[in-house]
Design a protein around this ligand. Structure first.
Ligand code: C2E
Ligand code: MG
Ligand code: MG
Ligand code: MG
Length: 294
């Protein structure tokens, strides 16, 4: 039933909807063409040992350089790419690009032999028929050692289809690929079956780190995650470390690794190369607290 005199209401409503629909439609159209137009690029954020402050790897983070809108955040277009099915192709591009970059850096800097390149994988990619085959092919094509590759998976993938996720991860693990559970603490995964997945690393979500100073509950959760990880033989990376105080507290809690603006923002490959050069020039240091490298 149409209510009395709805006309003015609908007009306003429709105009807003219309603008929104057009820009979304436009964005989706642009997204469909973006791979062919080579508008995606990867930035890399260093992952650092909290005790020595030495880098031991990077997380690859995709950006979309839109010709009109400028740099667009993955938070804006990854959900669209997932919805449109494009994430399969985009995900393969990201994986290959990250592996090629890692290989190129290793050829230039042999010291990077044991560093890890971490790549975010969407649940839609895991659900795809031949994910394992695709990863194998990219490992071969890029000639990267599987031990140098780490895949970041979020908790939602564990819930949706735990059995098939376990099978896929186990198969890749036999090749030497490692896995991190990303954004840990924000999802609903059951602690009771965490041990069935071959994760080597838990990544504590940024939301815990940025509220740890204000909230003793959040601090307690971080402490609990570090203990849990240690009992399961996993290590811990804290995301989003921005202050020296957060770093100090995380070290007290015995969190081993971290990433965040305090160390470095995600940077393009050229800037990362400069950073690697500086890092290697500052000399070696073992993983002990007595190391005062800063
Ligand atoms: P994520 O995997 O949890 O990545 C960490 C996010 O935290 C990145 O945002 C990074 O820039 C940001 N970050 C790191 N340190 C700090 C800090 O100290 N402070 C603050 N405020 N932020 C920090 P980004 O690059 O915008 O990526 C957002 C999310 O988009 C990622 O979260 C990931 O879920 C997704 N994503 C990014 N690249 C890819 C990709 O290639 N494939 C897939 N499937 N998802 C991706
Ligand atoms: Mg991640
Ligand atoms: Mg994360
Ligand atoms: Mg996150």
């Amino acid at each position: 039933h149409v209510k009395k005199n709805p006309h003015s209401y609908y007009q306003i409503f429709n105009r807003t909807m219309h603008i929104h629909a057009i820009s979304l439609l436009q964005l989706k159209n642009d997204l469909r063409l973006a791979l062919a137009r080579q508008e995606f690029e990867l930035h890399y954020q260093p992952i650092v040992s909290l005790t020595t402050k030495r880098i031991n790897g990077f997380e690859a983070l995709v950006r979309w350089r839109h010709p009109v809108r400028g740099l667009i955040s993955p938070q804006e277009f990854i959900p669209l790419a997932e919805e449109m099915g494009l994430i399969i192709f985009l995900g393969l591009w990201v994986l290959k690009e990250a592996c090629l970059q890692m290989r190129a850096w290793q050829l230039k800097f042999p010291e990077l032999a044991n560093w890890k390149m971490s790549v975010n994988i969407s649940g839609k990619q895991l659900a795809h028929d031949n994910f394992v085959g695709q990863v194998k092919r990219i490992l071969q094509e890029t000639e990267i050692t599987p031990n140098n590759l780490k895949l970041e998976i979020t908790e939602s993938c564990l819930i949706e289809d735990p059995q098939s996720t376990i099978t896929i991860l186990q198969e890749l693990k036999t090749l030497g690929v490692e896995f991190s559970l990303d954004d840990f603490g924000t999802g609903y995964s059951s602690l009771s079956y965490l041990h069935m997945f071959p994760f080597t690393t838990l990544k504590i979500d940024r939301s815990f780190v940025n509220s740890m100073e204000a909230s003793s509950e959040k601090l307690g959760i971080i402490r609990a995650i570090v203990t849990l990880a240690s009992n399961l033989g996993m290590d811990v990376i804290s995301e989003g470390i921005e202050t020296i105080n957060q770093l100090a507290q995380l070290k007290v809690l015995k969190c081993q690794y971290g990433q965040g603006y305090f160390f470095s923002k995600p940077l393009d490959s050229k800037a990362i190369e400069t950073l690697i050069t500086t890092e290697l020039a500052t000399g070696n240091c073992d993983e002990s607290d007595s190391c005062n490298n800063s």
